[in-house]
Design a binder for this molecule. Structure first.
Ligand code: HEM
Length: 420
């Protein structure tokens, strides 16, 4: 009997392995075709409706998606509201200025009315982001779906790179451990072709960047002298368009955040920046692929939430209730039972330890998160972020962008820290 034990262990590990592979493969284009055929249309229509009145929604969703995927995989853990007992990811510094949670609520409400407990909140973020990118002139791409919503959301898990972090550190500590190449990191940072940053993020030292284009430095100094927690566009030219103007700006020293500007000067990335600055088609292709890869970071999914802001009640039989774990394997994610209505079992991805070599980030704000070793390792890599600006102020659209401001309603004003 004892002699058979090792064989049994091997057999069990093989079974678990097979289950893991099967679940990974289940993230697929058209996942809701039979269970909620109208899902992608519902998402697209509501994103379009928001975009019609607020073009900054694309930036909001891109950042939300990134902050979701880079913590514990794309599992909508960023959407959970804090409670009196427990602070969720939303309460973390870098997430204080993540916005447009109300759009996710709207979409989820419509989806629940059409197909209750079928479409995960994690998929809502991913699909809405994909659609917003397309509306902003970016690439269109088929997006695999079938993500599940996470069962945990802890403020202390949030660990994202900061805007003053050297390019090499951001790559070594955040992107590479999740399986991304340097080129993919440069590509994903191209998301800064839209959106804004609070002045605190790029004027952290209180001194202007001596290498910055003097005209831009002057404009930013004026913008940032306002007292209401001002912001500036990350791409001065086409601030609401997903294009390669961001990279061209970097080549002429008009990057607003330090890490962005360093992409153009660091010898390991400067050629990539120059390449994207020259070729729109190469960026579009790379960006679509990198977004799919980021979106394929699978978290510790376990349920389809009824409301994106709260975990489902723990009843084992109610719709979308959290399924109990079925098996666990060393260094492999546990396999859990599928939520009712879902044709497959969710799987938890393994987390790979990351060396605690984090460098201090120069910022007026406290570091977003303490160094924490375990990090997701998806089939594709993921990203993280940095400390956020002080809360309390409202976002302003700086006056540095006459071209774009005239085309849009600008950035939605929202109180950082509220989460929605
Ligand atoms: C090293 C990696 C990154 C760093 C250090 C970083 C840092 C930042 C910072 C500090 C801001 C300003 C936030 C604020 O003031 O409210 C910001 C904004 C933004 N980030 Fe990143 N980011 C990184 C990667 C990414 C990635 C991978 C994406 C998406 C794929 C992304 C999308 C955005 C967008 C769209 C905005 C504008 C948000 C808005 O307008 O509300 N970032 N980022």
């Amino acid at each position: 009997m004892l002699a058979r034990a090792p064989l049994l262990v091997v057999f069990l590990l093989l079974c678990i392995n097979a289950a893991v592979e099967q679940v990974s493969a289940d993230l697929r284009v058209g996942f809701y075709q039979s269970t909620c055929p109208q899902a992608e249309t519902i998402v697209r229509q509501l994103v379009q409706k928001r975009f019609n009145t607020d073009k900054s929604v694309t930036a909001a969703l891109l950042r939300m998606h990134f902050h979701d995927c880079f913590i514990k995989g794309c599992d909508a853990s960023i959407l959970i509201d804090s409670t009196a007992q427990k602070q969720s990811e939303k309460a973390a510094g870098p997430n204080q200025t993540v916005r447009d949670f109300d759009l996710i609520d709207q979409i989820k409400t419509a989806l629940e009315a059409a197909c209750p407990s079928r479409v995960s909140c994690a998929d809502v973020i991913a699909l809405a982001t994909r659609d917003a990118v397309a509306l902003s002139g970016g690439p269109t791409y088929p997006l695999p779906t079938g993500r599940l919503d996470g069962l945990t959301s802890n403020v202390n898990d949030v660990n994202l790179p900061g805007p003053t972090m050297p390019v090499s550190s951001a790559f070594a500590q955040f992107f590479r451990p999740k399986g991304f190449t340097l080129n993919e990191m440069v590509t994903l940072l191209g998301a800064h072709t839209v959106g804004v940053a609070h002045c605190a993020f790029f004027q952290g030292t209180g001194k202007p960047d001596p290498t910055m284009d003097p005209a831009l430095a002057g404009t930013l100094r004026r913008t940032c002298s306002a007292s209401n927690n001002p912001t500036a566009f990350l791409d001065q030219n086409t601030s609401f368009v997903v294009d390669t103007s961001f990279y061209r700006e970097l080549t002429v020293k008009r990057g607003v955040m330090q890490i962005d500007q360093e992409l153009a000067t660091d010898p390991s990335t400067s050629a990539m920046v120059a390449g994207f600055a020259r070729s729109e088609s190469s960026f579009r292709q790379s960006f679509a692929a990198a977004m799919v890869k980021m979106g394929s970071l699978v978290g510790k999914g376990g349920e389809v939430r009824k409301s994106c802001r709260v975990f489902n009640p723990k009843s084992p039989v109610s719709g979308g209730a959290r399924p109990p774990p079925v098996a666990t394997a060393p260094r492999r994610p546990p396999v859990v039972q599928p939520a009712p209505g879902r044709p497959r079992p969710p799987v938890v991805r393994p987390r790979t330890p990351v060396p605690s070599t984090r460098r201090p980030v120069v910022s007026p704000h406290p570091p977003a998160v303490k160094p924490r070793p375990p990090v997701l390792r998806p089939r594709s890599p993921a990203v993280s972020r940095a400390p956020p600006p002080k809360s309390g102020g409202k976002k302003n659209v700086p006056k540095t962008n006459a071209k774009n401001v005239s085309k849009t309603k600008g950035i939605q004003k929202k109180k950082p820290g509220k989460g929605n």
